[in-house]
Design a protein around this ligand. Structure first.
Ligand SMILES: C[S@@+](CC[C@H](N)C(=O)[O-])C[C@H]1O[C@@H](n2cnc3c(N)ncnc32)[C@H](O)[C@@H]1O
Length: 305
């Protein structure tokens, strides 16, 4: 596809779904599913909170892959209302195609927004447009699982972790997949030294004092979770690897990702040669000739006893 004139964050999130599908660390996900099965056996309905849930990709994926118990109350919180609206529509469409009976409770605040049912399953889904930390401060309900996918690297880890962990029930679990962990690569490159400077500058913008989050949050999480009362039960790499021939909307995903470089490294104007580098990377996507790699960690745990 040719270089887009404008970008849509929802399209980026939708394109990212299949890349995350490939990337997610299966042994960690297996541990999450086993933990949820234990919780379900003990208390029946399992309460899941998905912070920064975006389009609800994780909910649809967990259902598609049979990783959720039969009775679930699933709450998606995101401060971006447009993403949640798109997520609602995608969920309704996906559920109907997947054989669920779908009940929509538009405007009724006493029930979930959507109830998805089969003969054996009942999944009640709520969509909350709010800042996740404001929501956590207001809502006293304890959660059996808190999910934060591709989220902790864009917020302040030292304040986010205690807020997320303190929202858990006593036997609650947390699952923080696709947490960025400091490696980005494009291939091929004509000038490896220039590319190394650009990637370093990109990571430095994530680590800037004035910006929450960080480029090495994945490995920081492994140490920080125990400091804030968590116990890591499973972890592994969930690297994004996009190579030609592109499938789905992967070409758009790569153009959008390069736009993140333009907004950060490009606007700072500190690296000579950036404009030509980014133009050539977009052109390589157009030729279906660019490969991309980014390193993430999936980390799963519970509260320490
Ligand atoms: C990189 S996206 C990940 C979305 C989704 N979890 C996924 O993996 O596809 C991060 C999401 O977090 C949301 N977000 C960022 N900060 C937030 C906050 N403080 N409260 C609620 N949502 C937030 C953004 O609107 C965005 O949808």
């Amino acid at each position: 596809m040719s270089r887009p004139q404008s970008y849509s964050f929802q399209r980026y999130l939708a394109a990212k779904e299949r890349i995350d599908d490939r990337a997610l660390h299966r042994p960690t996900l297996d541990a999450v599913a086993a933990g949820l099965a234990d919780v379900a056996a003990a208390r029946g309905e399992v309460r899941v909170l998905d912070v920064g849930g975006g389009l609800g990709s994780m909910l649809r994926r967990l259902l598609d892959w049979n990783r959720l118990p039969d009775r679930v109350s699933y709450t998606l919180v995101d401060r971006d209302e447009a993403s949640l609206e798109r997520g609602y529509d995608r969920c309704v469409e996906w559920a109907a195609e997947s054989g669920y009976a779908v009940e929509e409770n538009d405007g009724d605040e006493t029930t979930a927004d959507l109830v998805l049912e089969t003969q054996t399953e009942r999944i009640a889904v709520s969509f909350v447009a709010a800042d996740a930390f404001d929501f956590l401060a207001e809502v006293e309900e304890p959660w059996d699982l808190v999910v934060a996918a591709a989220f902790l690297d864009i917020v302040d880890l030292d304040s986010a972790l205690p807020a997320l962990l303190s929202a858990l029930a006593d036997d609650g679990r947390w699952y923080f997949p696709v947490t960025f962990d400091g490696e980005t690569g494009f291939s091929p490159t004509a000038d490896p030294a220039l590319q190394a400077r650009i990637v370093a500058a990109y990571h430095a913008t994530m680590d800037a004092q004035e910006r929450p989050g960080g480029s090495r949050t994945g490995r920081e999480l492994l140490a920080a979770a125990p400091e804030f009362g968590g116990e890591v039960l499973a972890a592994g790499g969930s690297d994004w690897v996009v190579t030609p021939p592109y499938a789905g909307d992967e070409a758009y995903f790569l153009h959008h990702l390069l736009s993140f470089f333009e907004q950060s490294v490009g606007e700072a104007g500190d690296v000579d040669g950036f404009d030509a580098w980014v133009d050539e990377r977009h052109a390589a996507v157009e030729r279906e000739a660019l490969s991309f790699v980014a390193h993430h960690l999936d980390v799963y745990g519970r509260l320490r006893e």
